[in-house]
Ligand binder design. Structure first.
Ligand code: HEC
Ligand code: HEC
Ligand code: HEC
Ligand code: HEC
Ligand code: HEC
Ligand code: HEC
Ligand code: HEC
Length: 405
């Protein structure tokens, strides 16, 4: 229960700081309707739309989520992906709807996680809660119903791994999640697909792989114990893995930590600032390459172009981790900025749609290097890039206005 209330507190914190609820964006594929029935409208409709009266946009709120395959020694982050969707009833004007419909999510070809990670063997010791195997910290599994919110649907804490059922040793960091919108009679109204990015490629082992101990996670605990007088390695050896955020505040888990200690982010970035400036040493990673957005592929931007000041700035104890983050508006004009005081992932633009519903998540801003990130846009409007074809949502072509006007 403790974790759940922490998670609630986290949401509350973000709510207060952001001034608005959470929303997740994902890409969607529309079930083709018979073209003949809508022949009269054809000239106004995108080819792939074929007159479908509903559109669903789906997305994962972060460009990447990392988790660990082995929680026997320590936990930085649990498996925890968040999917969002917005359903639009096409029309003049279009309408964002949440009633009279359900939205189902699944990760085709990836139906279980227990055994792909040993999280469920340790979750009670780590967090004091006991979700059933394959169920995440907020009760969601790898498939199920999304929860309706004011103007969107969300499924938080999906415990997905990067290993499809038929490829237990071949990671796929950018799998597709599938979304299905149904009316209350069970008729399919709209469908889509969006990436559910996940990776365990945190390369702590690159440096903590000393001959003794051979377990690099144990090496991390031993170093900490030597320098800070903690006894985490003994506790872990006795079957009680360490939870960093018990002592070091971590807003993303809603864990307040010990107010006299640096946050987890400040501690880890600060101590390692002299060891490396390569973010992929710990963030997934040299193989995953979580940064795949249009700015990195077409304009050469790297982590520190946006995360100005790099490791040293991240170690500043006056910033709030996960909240004091870069903003589109730092570099783009006001018409392309987030809502005031609100993170990108929570901001909304044209028609009350989340920025992420048209652009995809941070680090995956369309057009992305990864083909799966572009599936939704291509299905809906015929080309990759932000959703900009008016008739994806408007039944007839508007004569003025548009996403940023
Ligand atoms: C580029 C090499 C490198 C990588 C990658 C790396 N570390 Fe370290 N880490 C070090 C070195 C070197 C030390 C010892 C520094 C010292 O004792 O002053 C250290 C020390 C630590 C300590 C001990 C802190 C203390 O109080 O002394 C912790 C905890 C730690 N690392 C955690 C991690 C975690 C977690 C990761 C992966 C997310 C990681 N490290 C990745 C090089 C690295
Ligand atoms: C039982 C409490 C406790 C736990 C659990 C804990 N730490 Fe610490 N940690 C401390 C204390 C105390 C310090 C010393 C802080 C200081 O000197 O300001 C520290 C310091 C650090 C530092 C060095 C910060 C610096 O700037 O020198 C790093 C890095 C760190 N911890 C990482 C971790 C990681 C990673 C984990 C989880 C594997 C973890 N800690 C778990 C108590 C804890
Ligand atoms: C030594 C390992 C390590 C390196 C190197 C590293 N990070 Fe991190 N980073 C972490 C860990 C561990 C967390 C998760 C902390 C948590 O759960 O709050 C994190 C979290 C973050 C966060 C989210 C929390 C926050 O403070 O807002 C950002 C942003 C971030 N890192 C950016 C970067 C950038 C940019 C670089 C390269 C300049 C980098 N990191 C390099 C280990 C590292
Ligand atoms: C084009 C700018 C840009 C680049 C390049 C970039 N980031 Fe970010 N990053 C952001 C923004 C903006 C946010 C905050 C997103 C939000 O407000 O929801 C963010 C957030 C994060 C977070 C917090 C989790 C999340 O997704 O919100 C981490 C961790 C992070 N970045 C790491 C990195 C690393 C590592 C790199 C390089 C591999 C990188 N970033 C490159 C803009 C960028
Ligand atoms: C560090 C500055 C910086 C930040 C922060 C930043 N951008 Fe950019 N962005 C650029 C630059 C530079 C370009 C290259 C073209 C230009 O100047 O418009 C670009 C280009 C783009 C493009 C492509 C335009 C095209 O011509 O294809 C999009 C879309 C975009 N950014 C969206 C975003 C979003 C969304 C965010 C926030 C999540 C963001 N940017 C944050 C600097 C930034
Ligand atoms: C209805 C879809 C839609 C929504 C919602 C939306 N955008 Fe856009 N955005 C677009 C399209 C299409 C473009 C490219 C054409 C243009 O520049 O208008 C674009 C372009 C951009 C660019 C690149 C500007 C440049 O300099 O080239 C940025 C940055 C951006 N949007 C940020 C945002 C932010 C932040 C939000 C949320 C507050 C948002 N967008 C909401 C569709 C959308
Ligand atoms: C992804 C869906 C989507 C796309 C793409 C989109 N819109 Fe919209 N638009 C909406 C929604 C939703 C509303 C909100 C309707 C309302 O409740 O007022 C809206 C409202 C409007 C309005 C004000 C209400 C009205 O219909 O008079 C105008 C004008 C408009 N859009 C023009 C455009 C233009 C021009 C484009 C293409 C350049 C465009 N939109 C692309 C979803 C979209």
């Amino acid at each position: 229960m403790r974790v759940l209330s922490y998670l609630t507190k986290l949401n509350w914190l973000i709510f207060m700081l952001a001034g608005i609820g959470l929303v997740l964006l994902s890409l969607v594929a529309i079930k083709p309707f018979p073209t003949e029935a809508f022949a009269g409208n054809k000239v106004y409709l995108p080819v792939v739309q074929n007159g479908n009266p509903y559109v669903v946009l789906g997305w994962n709120d972060l460009g990447m989520h990392c988790y660990d395959r082995d929680y026997s020694t320590l936990m930085v982050l649990p498996p925890y992906n968040n999917l969002y969707a917005q359903v639009i009833k096409r029309g003049d004007p279009p309408q964002v709807i949440t009633t009279g419909i359900t939205v189902e999510y699944s990760v085709p070809g990836n139906t279980y996680s227990a055994g792909k990670t040993n999280f469920w063997d340790y979750v009670f010791k780590l967090l004091g809660v006991n979700p059933a195997p394959n169920i995440g910290l907020t009760g969601k599994g790898l498939a199920g119903l999304m929860d309706p919110s004011s103007d969107h649907f969300v499924a938080q804490g999906i415990p997905v791994t990067e290993f499809p059922d038929n490829a237990l040793t071949t990671p796929n960091y950018f799998q597709l999640a599938h979304f299905i919108v149904k009316d209350l009679a069970g008729n399919v109204l709209a469908q889509t697909d969006a990436t559910i990015p996940v990776s365990s490629e945190m390369r702590c082992d690159k440096c903590h792989n000393t001959p003794s101990p051979t377990n690099y996670r144990m090496n991390i605990l031993q170093k900490h114990d030597e320098d800070q007088g903690t006894v985490m390695s003994l506790q872990a050896a006795a079957g009680n893995p360490a939870v960093c955020s018990r002592c070091h505040a971590d807003p993303v888990l809603g864990m307040p930590g010990n107010p006299n200690l640096p946050s987890l982010s400040a501690a880890v970035h600060g101590l390692h600032a002299e060891q490396t400036t390569d973010c992929y040493s710990c963030h997934p990673g040299p193989v995953t390459r979580c940064l795949r957005d249009v700015m990195s592929t077409q304009f050469g931007l790297t982590c520190v172009n946006c995360h100005v000041g790099g490791m040293t700035a991240l170690a500043n104890q006056n910033r709030t981790p996960w909240v004091d983050l870069p903003r589109c508006g730092n570099c783009h004009p006001a018409a392309f900025s987030e809502n005031p005081g609100t993170l990108y992932k929570l901001s909304k633009g044209h028609g009350g749609l989340f920025c992420e519903s048209c652009h995809n998540s941070t680090h995956a801003i369309t057009t992305s290097r990864e083909a799966n990130d572009n599936v939704q846009a291509i299905t809906l409007q015929g080309y990759a890039g932000p959703i900009g074809k008016c008739t994806v949502c408007h039944l007839t072509q508007p004569t003025s206005g548009g996403p940023h006007q």
